[in-house]
Design a protein around this ligand. Structure first.
Ligand code: PLP
Length: 392
C-alpha cells in the first residue's frame, strides 16, 4: 500500500480535491450548504454527519497523509481527541495514558472521565514496563503522544502496538507534534491517529480544527459517537484547512531544518545548559526517533543556565515572538512553567524535569541566519544583565 501511494507533497496538493466541473477552476469549490436532498437512509448529507462534499474531500486527504483507510475532520483538536476516546471507552472501562500528554487531554481525562465512570492511569515513564504495569482486566485503550511536550521524549510506537495487540487493546496517538510529514504511526501498528489541525496542518496560526485517521471500521465507530456529540468543523474552515495542507510538506520540511540548526547552535552557547531535540545525537531517544520518524519536527526546548532570567531573554527577542500556541510559519517561544505546566506546581514540574528556565521553541520558516542573529542578541542582552547584577 505504501509503495503505491503518491509522495507527501502530491497528497498535500491533490488528494481529496473536489472537481469544479462547472467552471473548471483549479481549486475545490466551497459548498457551504447545510441542507441537501434526502438520498437514502445511509446517506443523509449534513455538516454534523461529517459528510458535506468539502468534509468528505478533506477527510480523504487526512487519511492518505496518515497511511490510513479513512478520516474525519473536527471543530478542534480536543473534539477529535474527546470524541475518539469516547468511541472506545464506556462506563466501567479503563484507559492507560502516557504520563506526559497535552494539558487539554489531561484535563479531559481527570475532569470528565470520573463523571462518566471511566477509570484511568497515567504511566510513570515511557518504557514497556511503565505501560504494561498499568494494564488491568478492564483496560480498553492505550493513549500516547510522541514526541512529548515540552521535553521531546520519544515513545516506541512498535513496542506500544505489540503490547496492545497481546492484550487486545486499541492504541491511540496524538501525532500533533510530529505531523504526518515526520511520522506515520499507522506504519508501526498504531490504530487511531489524532491531530490538533490547529498546529502543523493549519500552520498559519489562523485555524482551529482537529482530525483523526484510522481504519474504515474504527472511523465508523468514532463517527457513531461524534455525530451525537456534534463537534464538526464549518465548511469554510474545512476549505481553508485544505488550502493550508497543500503547503504542509514544504512548511514542515523548512521547520525541521530550522529547528535542527537552532538546536545545534544552542548546544554551543554558554548560557544554555541543555537542549532537548530528538534530532540531536545528545538526545537520549535519538536512535528511537531515527527509527520511527522521517524528520525530527520543528519543536525543541532548551534550558538557560540558572543565573540567566528566561523572561529577560524572551522579552529581548525581536523577530521571535512569545506565543502559547505552536507550529505556525513564524518562530515562537514560550515558558512551559508559566503557561502549559503552570498548574502542576513547582514540585511536580521539577519531578517532570520542567525547570523555570526551560523555554520551548516552535521553529517557523524564516531564514536561519535571521533566527540565529535574534537568539544571539537576546542571549547577549541576558549576559549583559548578568554582569550588571554581579557588579551592583
Ligand atoms: C493544541 C494541541 C491539542 C489540542 O488541540 P486544539 O485544536 O487546541 O483543541 C492537542 N494535542 C496537542 C499535542 C496540541 O498541541
Amino acid at each position: 500500500m505504501k509503495s503505491k501511494s503518491p509522495g507527501i507533497n502530491t497528497i498535500c496538493t491533490h488528494t481529496g480535491q473536489l472537481m469544479d466541473e462547472q467552471h473548471k477552476g483549479s481549486v475545490s469549490p466551497l459548498y457551504m450548504g447545510t441542507s441537501y436532498a434526502y438520498e437514502n437512509v445511509e446517506i443523509k448529507r449534513y455538516p454534523r454527519y461529517f459528510n458535506t462534499p468539502n468534509q468528505e474531500g478533506l477527510s480523504k486527504k487526512i487519511a492518505a497523509l496518515e497511511h490510513c483507510e479513512a478520516g474525519l475532520i473536527f471543530g478542534s483538536g480536543m473534539a477529535a481527541i474527546s470524541h475518539s476516546l469516547l468511541a472506545f471507552l464506556s462506563k466501567g472501562d479503563h484507559v492507560v495514558l502516557q504520563k506526559t500528554i497535552y494539558g487539554g487531554s489531561y484535563n479531559l481525562v481527570v475532569e470528565e472521565f470520573p463523571k462518566l465512570g471511566i477509570a484511568f492511569d497515567f504511566t510513570d515513564g515511557f518504557s514497556e514496563k511503565d505501560f504494561s504495569e498499568k494494564i488491568r482486566e478492564n483496560t480498553k485503550v492505550i493513549y500516547i503522544e510522541t514526541p512529548s511536550n515540552p521535553l521531546m521524549q520519544i515513545t516506541d510506537l512498535e513496542m506500544i502496538a505489540e503490547l496492545a495487540k497481546r492484550h487486545g487493546l486499541v492504541t491511540m496517538i496524538d501525532n500533533t507534534f510530529a505531523s504526518p510529514v515526520n511520522q506515520n504511526p499507522a506504519d508501526f501498528g498504531i490504530d487511531v491517529i489524532l491531530h490538533s489541525a490547529t498546529k502543523y496542518m493549519g500552520g498559519h496560526s489562523d485555524i482551529c480544527a482537529g482530525a483523526v485517521a484510522a481504519s474504515e471500521e474504527n472511523i465508523a465507530k468514532i463517527w457513531e459517537v461524534s455525530k451525537n456529540l456534534g463537534g464538526s468543523l464549518s465548511d469554510y474552515t474545512v476549505w481553508l484547512l485544505e488550502r493550508s495542507l497543500k503547503t504542509m510538506g514544504l512548511r514542515v520540511k523548512a521547520q525541521n531544518s530550522n529547528a535542527k540548526r537552532i538546536a545545534r547552535w544552542l548546544e554551543k552557547q554558554e548560557l544554555v545548559k541543555k537542549v532537548y531535540y530528538p534530532g540531536l545525537k545528545s538526545h537520549p531517544d535519538y536512535a528511537l526517533a531515527k527509527k520511527q520518524m522521517r524528520g525530527y519536527s520543528g519543536m525543541l526546548s532548551f534550558e538557560l543556565v540558572d543565573s540567566a532570567d528566561p523572561n529577560e531573554f524572551m522579552q529581548s527577542l525581536k523577530l521571535i515572538k512569545q506565543s502559547m500556541s505552536l507550529a505556525g510559519v513564524e518562530t515562537t517561544v514560550v515558558s512551559p512553567a508559566k503557561t502549559s505546566h503552570a498548574l502542576l506546581g513547582p514540585e511536580e514540574r521539577l519531578r517532570q524535569g520542567i525547570s523555570d528556565n526551560l523555554i520551548r521553541l516552535s521553529a517557523g520558516i524564516e531564514n536561519k541566519a535571521d533566527l540565529l542573529a535574534d537568539l544571539e542578541q537576546a542571549l547577549a542582552a541576558v549576559s549583559k544583565e548578568q554582569v550588571q547584577n554581579y557588579t551592583v
